[in-house]
Design a protein around this ligand. Structure first.
Ligand code: BG6
Length: 518
């Protein structure tokens, strides 16, 4: 890899030249947040640490209350201790005793059953109490569903029955993926939600959209005029999206056996990345302008039948191997996994977007657990020049590749060819690099913070809309169906700590291309 980086850093880029592109239209009003599953894993690991950090950064209004709702009886004080322990365990660097004392006074707990109607009558009273009786009583209530998805219908119907969805409070619902198991169940769930809430009250979280580098895709594409004219089938040969993880399924055997890689990563995170790369310029920065364009992309992805699934997708499951020099077990040997499981932990896929911009441009997608490293990137591979005047590039690399590094390398690089200095005539690939860390002194924030703030403000730009969710299921349903109806032979078929099964290389190599990361 050449290391000649053209450094485009500038202190001024951070200070003097920063501009507020979007005037702030939203602000956070005093609120009550009810977290269903308030003492569960997601709440302890992510939500409460994120809320505490938002508080430390002085982004919360003076008046707010957070109410954990879960099934175990316990007083507020005990709940506060649990959350303090969680912050100390999962985000120790954040902890500041004095601020914690003040923050924790806004933290409350209520025991209740998700399916128990009586609990919601008590909840209604508790919300009124927390809102206060004064003229500036809090009138915003946010319900966070940090619970397994099968509880959603009950919770929503019970909230609605107690007039807690559209009553005297301005309410919002935050829901976590998965939104259904396929298109049909997603439609059903959306109907239940729509019977209780208006679409403008529903915030469906895809944490990828809270990542700074993912949000930047829109800025990069539509704030610079030099790329957009080239951003189409005339100049782009193909696009690659890799979401590689080196961790396994951790302690989520039950979840993963029911989910698999397509539902876990492709239906949501990868299709969101693809939409941001492929969408048409929105006519403005309004949430719905952007979400409309994304839905158009999902609807233009070529539908697959069984034959296409066989031809354009490769499934994989990891066997034992080594990660960072340490032996790790195969998927079937993980605790809680069936020794005969056919669940896929890897997929490589070729998609086409049948519209004028992208006709015949393949999008190669790859994601898996226990791969060689943890890396997510999108690479745009431009066409070769029409005539080769200078012989082949050394290392046989394509000269013009634009890489959008999502994680852990957060940045953008553009490769181009130069003359290798010296007597001969040799083309040499170099890169221009932009790094968030180096150039903007930025270190990534957990995406939950941004998403929570946006929801509190009422900005829906980074949240998925009902029709988008259903259209995304429409893309992946045929793959899931095909794989479940005729389980893939030969699993496990890749060693932990590698870039996936051989078939994944073959998928792209038979088109005369290769994966950028290998
Ligand atoms: C989650 C998946 O949505 O995303 C996990 O359920 C996966 O299986 C995780 O590990 C990856 O997120 P990130 O931000 O670490 O890339």
């Amino acid at each position: 890899m050449p290391d000649e980086a053209a450094d485009i850093s500038s202190e001024k880029a951070i200070d003097g030249r920063m501009c507020e592109i979007i005037p702030e239209r939203f602000r956070i009003e005093p609120f009550i947040m009810v977290i269903f599953g308030g003492s569960g894993d997601l709440s302890r690991r992510k939500l409460l640490p994120a809320l505490f950090h938002i508080y430390l950064e002085k982004n919360l209004p003076e008046d707010f209350s957070i109410l954990g709702f879960a099934s175990t009886p316990r007083p507020d004080e005990e709940y506060r201790e649990i959350i303090k322990g969680a912050i100390l365990e999962f985000s120790p660097a954040l902890f500041k005793e004095e601020e914690w004392e003040r923050f924790s006074r806004r933290l409350f707990y209520m025991q209740g059953g998700f399916e128990d109607k009586e609990s919601y009558r008590r909840l209604s009273k508790r919300i009124e109490e927390l809102a206060g009786a004064s003229a500036n009583a809090k009138r915003e209530a946010i319900y966070y569903m940090a619970v397994p998805p099968h509880y959603l219908p009950d919770i929503i119907q019970n909230l609605s029955a107690c007039n807690l969805c559209k009553g005297s409070f301005n309410t919002r619902l935050i829901a976590e993926k998965p939104f259904g198991r396929d298109r049909e169940s997603a439609v059903k769930l959306n109907r239940i939600i729509a019977a209780a809430f208006d679409e403008e009250q529903v915030y469906r979280i895809d944490h990828y959209l809270g990542k700074e580098t993912v949000q930047n895709i829109i800025f990069f594409r539509f704030a610079n005029s030099i790329f957009e004219p080239l951003w189409n089938r005339s100049y782009i040969d193909h696009v690659q999206i890799t979401v590689a993880e080196n961790m396994g399924i951790e302690n989520r055997a039950l979840f993963y056996e029911k989910t698999g890689v397509v539902r876990d990563i492709v239906q949501n995170h990868i299709l969101q990345l693809l939409a941001l790369v492929a969408m048409e310029p929105p006519v403005g920065f309004d949430p719905d302008f952007i979400r409309n364009e994304k839905v158009k992309v999902f609807k233009s992805i070529r539908a697959m039948d069984g034959e296409h699934v066989g031809k354009y997708s490769v499934s994989g499951q990891y066997g034992p191997g080594k990660i960072n020099g340490k032996d790790v077990p195969g998927y079937r040997m993980e605790k809680g996994i069936s020794p005969a499981s056919d669940v896929a932990t890897f997929i490589a896929l070729k998609l086409y977007i049948d519209n004028w911009r992208w006709a015949d441009v393949p999008f190669y997608i790859r994601t898996g657990k226990r791969m060689k490293e943890r890396i997510t990137e999108i690479s745009i591979h431009f066409r070769q020049p029409p005539l080769s005047l200078f012989g082949t590039a050394c290392e046989d690399r394509e000269p013009n590749v634009l890489v959008l590094g999502i994680q852990p390398h957060e940045g953008i690089s553009l490769g181009f060819g130069v003359k290798r200095p010296g007597g001969g005539s040799q083309l040499y690939p170099v890169e221009m690099n932009f790094s968030y860390m180096k150039n903007l002194k930025y270190e990534s924030h957990p995406p939950y913070e941004r998403l929570l703030i946006d929801c509190m403000k009422g900005d829906m730009t980074l949240f998925a809309r009902q029709d988008g969710i259903e259209a995304m299921w429409g893309v992946v349903d045929p793959i899931i169906k095909e794989w479940e109806n005729s389980p893939q032979p030969g699993l496990p078929n890749y060693e932990a700590g590698t870039w996936g099964p051989e078939g994944s290389d073959k998928l792209i190599e038979k088109d005369g291309r290769k994966w950028r990361l290998k």
